[in-house]
Ligand binder design. Sequence first.
Ligand code: NAD
Length: 458
Amino acid sequence: MTELIDASRASADDQLEELDPLEIARWRFNRAREHLVGFKRGLIQFFEAPKRSIAVCFPVEMEDGSIRTFHGYRVLHNQVMGPGKGGIRYHPDVTAGEVAALAALMTWKCAIVKIPFGGAKGGVVCNPKELTEVELRRITRRFVHELGDNIGPHTDIPAPDLYTNEQTMAWIFDTYEALHPGANSRPVVTGKPLDLGGSAGRRDATGLGAFFVTERFLELGLMPNLVGIDGATVAIQGYGQVAKAAARAFRDAGALIVALSDSQGGIHDQDGLDLEAIADYKREHGTVVGLPETRTITNEDLLGLECDILIPAALGNQIRQDNVGKIRAKLLVEAANAPITPAADDILSARGIFVLPDILANAGGVTVSYFEWVQNIENEKWALEDVNRRLKRRIRRAVDDVVRCWQELDLPTDLTPERGGEGTPVAVSRDRVDLRTAALVVAVRRVARATLERGIWP
Ligand code: NAD
């Protein structure tokens, strides 16, 4: 069953603590809109709602012989810059609204790193922890079948996200190819295993990208109380694909990883965690919690740790109005999508704590997904060093573009290193434009200009 859904209800209004992802996305877009002068109102309106939203519902026979019904979504937000691009997540909390909000983020993310893709996202409401591999494969194949030609190498290209991985992408490719024999279907999905056309570096790209973003941002010298990564203390929420890669990249650059967590809780050691010991322990026990010589903490405790850099790399809405007060980090890097609510954003900004926003900080994943897509079309294999060199170059340019825009929009005359001083947060007024708004402005301007250059149809 395939039906069109309208994921664009209700206008964004001033709210205290809105946790609905779609409302949050709208609210943020509206804030950026004030700075989008020179574009016609109707053009900007076009970006508010997805171009296409699909909801599917399908039965799957479980291994015990029972039959369960699953709901899935695929939202294509915008295709002006190229085919839709975005992950597919498997999680019990997936909703049409969340998928729509994340699809819009993808449009802006791709525009920030200047890759020729639009934005899309997908998800299936399910709990992978309670499903067998065979059941996950059946769900994936049936979901892809339901989506039919709404995905494709030149129309909409999925990738991994929460609780989906290279194996899931392999099943998507295999199913799509079975439905489209005789064509090169590898570019229909990215994040595939290396044997099936995956790119070197894709698995680590989001975490490594978050590292490159942070490295470049600190090089720009805007934070007098944090001059570089070497010696910095870093707490990371999560222990998935993104968190693990980020941890390694920061550790390799001389940072101390003081905390990590998974859904069962976290571990803390102010002298720095041993990442290899954690990997072994997680493999054996299914959680990081309990690793000898570490302190067990909750995910909430982790957010409030004394550290230089805090990296939420798990779920959305983790830092909210009700817990933002406990944040003691100097810099937040959104490796996860939408981990900070707008109310928390404003409080952090007022306290002089910078946030490197998701559409910039985790754009490394989609960047290497683009490299994978190019390699699949060209039938090429790039070396890891080549992939990472290209990734670094694009990410650094993106950071520079966002910071330049931020400075144009709102650099207060008294924001100087001398005023901030060592260890003293720079004073930032509540009304200041933040890096998230600047990043959105960069992205929307690019997509708006491209829309006009293409010419409004007819
Ligand atoms: P993953 O499935 O590999 O890992 C998810 C992690 O979240 C796991 O460590 C899990 O233990 C942890 N987690 C689950 N529930 C938790 C809870 N209640 N508290 C704390 N931790 C919890 O997913 P991933 O691919 O690493 O994605 C993580 C985030 O990064 C998501 O927000 C995703 O949208 C975003 N992201 C991922 C990519 C990518 O390339 N994978 C790209 C861009 C953004």
